[in-house]
Structure formats: structure tokens, C-alpha cells
Ligand binder design. Structure first.
Ligand code: PLP
Length: 383
């Protein structure tokens, strides 16, 4: 059953309402097979051949995520990085691409090393500034504009609609890393993007227990066919059990993201102007640089990610992380448990993260407990 009129919360809660035709099971079976039988006349009418290219375990999650994003097709990958790099590897050597200076660290490193050696002309710009985008676009040469919003680890905001209009006028495709916003808060395809990427490792799964990535496309075009070919040929393909776990996590996506967003807003407001905090970076704060754009393109909250800059510099930031009890000192984001990390230590030299910055991933614990724990940790660090 597939009811077009249902709200996304209903589609997610029932994972599109699919029921297994053979057993009538509500939770789908796990298809572990790597290979599929040919018809007697040597054809593959069923469409399945080999699990590096495709797997029935993907269908429900791919279609659900595509539906939530308002796209035509989805593709699961073995990690967020496998998904993101497939978008670039589907381009041709010599193509010019624009990416943000402030973005997910590992992808930035891959662009600077592998993609550049492979022949892409990668230019990192201030993607939050439409004038910088306009100046950097080379009509006919620029094939891809990569946006991340809100962007790691400063939560800077890029205006998807304005940037996509500039890119389209120059003949470039637009892809958005929407890992932090999720389809709950932002739907990039509806405001001009061609592709959406998620590290499904984060909010889409939401339980810190699997690595996965996903792409959703607006159109089934030539670039999308090359993206699918990269997955099938390179093998950055998700496993069957991971696909099943991801589908389970997706059922509670809307509850989790709204809870984390509401708590992040409270935490940001609580620590803005705090005696031990120099700055709070969160697009939901009225005086945040990207607030007006975020308020336009994010609906129902500003996400579960924020950063605190501690007074007292790096030593105070590291000491604060050392004293938390409820928050877990770990990298990653988007799980049910709240995480804290000293980001500059993770990213190393060349990071845009100031030395006094603590990156917070807000989980679904009670916000009062999270605030109280940060209060005592800040007090001890400044004791
Ligand atoms: C984690 C993350 C990625 C990479 O995802 P993996 O599953 O770790 O490969 C990409 N973009 C953002 C914004 C992320 O947070």
C-alpha cells in the first residue's frame, strides 16, 4: 500500500506501510543472498543479479528516504563517505567543482587529496556568501556545487535556494550534504538542489550502531546512472543487516530529530552569555549569522548540533570535556546519546575549528540533565 496523501511522519513510522507478501510480516525479512537465479532462457527478468550492484534489502529504505526527501530515486551506500565520493567520481577528470571551506573534515581531505590527483579541479570557497559563489562559478566548466548546511563544525548556513539558482544558471549540478538537517527540517530538492546526501550513520539510523550513506536524486539522469555504476563497480554497497537496521531506525526519525532540536535550542539559549562561555554557535539563536536563512529553509527546528567556545581557551575546553559525566566524549553525531568533543583535536592542522571549541551532538535525554552536566563540567574546568 502506498498512500500519496500521508504526512512524512506516517510514512516513516510504518516504513511506507510495506508488508511482506509471503509471510505478512510487518518487519521485513533480511535478504542475505549475494546472488540470484537466472531464468531457464538465460534472462534475469527479476532484475536481480548480484548483491554488489543491488539487493532487495535496499528497496524499502531507499524508497522511504527518497519519498521523505521528495526525490525520484535513492541509493544506499556502505558509509556517508562512499555516498559523497560517488557523486564526485561520477564526474569526469578536468571538471571544475565548488565546495565549502567549512565542511565535513574527511570529505574535505578526500577532495584535497584523492579528487585533486584524479583530475577534478576543486575550489573551496565561502559557500555562505552568494557573491563568492557567483564569482567562482565558471559557466560550462563548473559541473558541481557541493553544499553542506548546517556545516561542521561551526554550523554555518548556506542559502540552498539562492546558491542553486546561481549554479543552475551556470549549468552546474547542486548536491547538498543534509546529514545535520535531515529531511525532518530541510528538503533541499524542493528548493533547487539536484541531489541530497546523508551520512545515514547519523540521524537517519540514529543509534550509533551502523555505518551507512544514502543519496537521493531529483531526476534519473545520466549523472545518476554513473553514480549507480560507481556503487556497483567499486562496491561501496551496504550490507543486508545494516539495511534492515537502518529501516528500523528510520521509523523513529521524526521523534528523535524534533526532540534533539528542541533540546539543542534550549541548551544554546541557556549557555549564550554564560560566564564560562565565550560564544555559542547555533543557527537557532537570533543573532547567529545564518539565522534568517536558516529560519527560511529549516522547518520546525534548527537541528541537534551546536558548538560552545569556552572562555579560557583550549585548556578550559579540554578540561570541560574531561569533567562531563552524562555526555559521552566521542566523535560522530545524531545518536540517542549526547556526545561532546574537542573538535580541533580531531581535525588537526588546517582545521577551521577554533582551539576553544567543543562540538555537541544533542541526544534525546532530558534537556535539564544535559544542561546540569555541562554546568558542573564548566564550573569544575574553571574552578
Ligand atoms: C559523518 C558525516 C559524513 C561521513 O559519513 P560516514 O558514514 O562517517 O562515512 C559526511 N558528512 C557529514 C556532515 C557527517 O557528519
Amino acid at each position: 500500500m502506498d498512500c500519496p496523501a500521508l504526512e512524512p511522519e506516517s510514512l516513516a513510522a510504518q516504513a511506507l506501510g510495506w508488508v511482506d507478501e509471503v509471510t505478512h510480516a510487518i518487519s521485513p525479512p533480511i535478504h542475505a543472498s549475494t546472488t540470484f537465479v537466472r531464468d531457464a532462457d538465460n534472462q534475469y527478468r527479476n532484475g536481480r543479479v548480484y548483491a554488489r550492484a543491488d539487493n532487495p534489502a535496499f528497496d524499502q529504505a531507499e524508497q522511504l528516504i527518497a519519498r521523505l526527501e521528495g526525490g525520484s530515486h535513492g541509493a544506499l551506500f556502505a558509509s556517508g563517505m562512499a555516498a559523497a565520493t560517488a557523486v564526485f567520481q561520477a564526474l569526469a577528470p578536468g571538471d571544475h567543482v565548488l565546495a565549502p571551506q567549512v565542511m565535513y573534515w574527511s570529505l574535505r581531505n578526500w577532495l584535497a587529496s584523492f579528487a585533486t590527483r584524479w583530475g577534478l579541479q576543486v575550489e573551496l570557497i565561502d559557500m555562505t556568501d552568494p557573491a563568492a559563489v557567483r564569482a567562482a562559478l565558471r559557466p560550462g566548466k563548473t559541473k558541481l556545487v557541493w553544499i553542506e548546511t548546517p556545516a561542521n563544525p561551526l554550523w554555518s548556513i548556506t542559502d540552498i535556494e539562492a546558491t542553486a539558482a546561481l549554479a543552475r544558471a551556470a549549468g552546474a549540478r547542486v548536491a547538498v550534504d543534509s546529514t545535520v538537517a535531515t529531511p525532518v527540517l530541510t528538503r533541499p530538492l524542493a528548493i533547487g538542489a539536484d541531489l541530497v546526501m546523508h551520512a545515514a550513520t547519523k540521524y537517519l539510523n540514529g543509534h550509533s550502531d551502523l555505518l551507512a550513506g544514502v543519496l537521493v536524486t531529483k531526476a534519473d539522469d545520466e549523472h545518476w546512472q554513473r553514480v549507480k555504476a560507481v556503487r556497483a563497480q567499486v562496491g561501496g554497497t551496504l550490507g543486508s543487516f545494516e539495511s534492515w537496521l537502518l529501516l528500523r531506525g528510520l521509523r523513529t526519525l521524526y521523534l528523535r530529530v524534533r526532540c534533539a532540536s528542541a533540546s539543542a535550542q534550549r541548551i544554546a539559549e541557556h549557555f549564550a552569555g554564560h560566564r564560562h562561555v565565550q560564544a555559542v554557535l547555533y543557527p537557532g539563536l537570533r543573532d547567529a549569522p545564518g539565522h534568517a536563512v536558516a529560519a527560511r529553509q529549516m522547518h520546525g527546528g534548527f537541528g541537534g548540533m551546536l558548538s560552545l567556545r569556552a572562555k579560557g581557551g583550549e585548556a578550559a575546553a579540554v578540561a570541560t570535556a574531561a569533567h562531563v559525566q552524562l555526555w559521552k566524549r566521542a566523535t560522530s553525531l545524531g545518536g540517542t546519546e549526547s556526545l561532546i568533543e574537542h573538535r580541533a583535536s580531531v581535525e588537526g592542522t588546517g582545521t577551521p575549528a577554533p582551539a576553544d571549541l567543543l562540538r555537541l551532538s544533542v541526544g534525546i535525554e532530558h534537556a535539564d540533565d544535559l544542561i546540569a552536566d555541562l554546568e558542573q563540567a564548566l564550573a569544575r574546568a574553571h574552578g
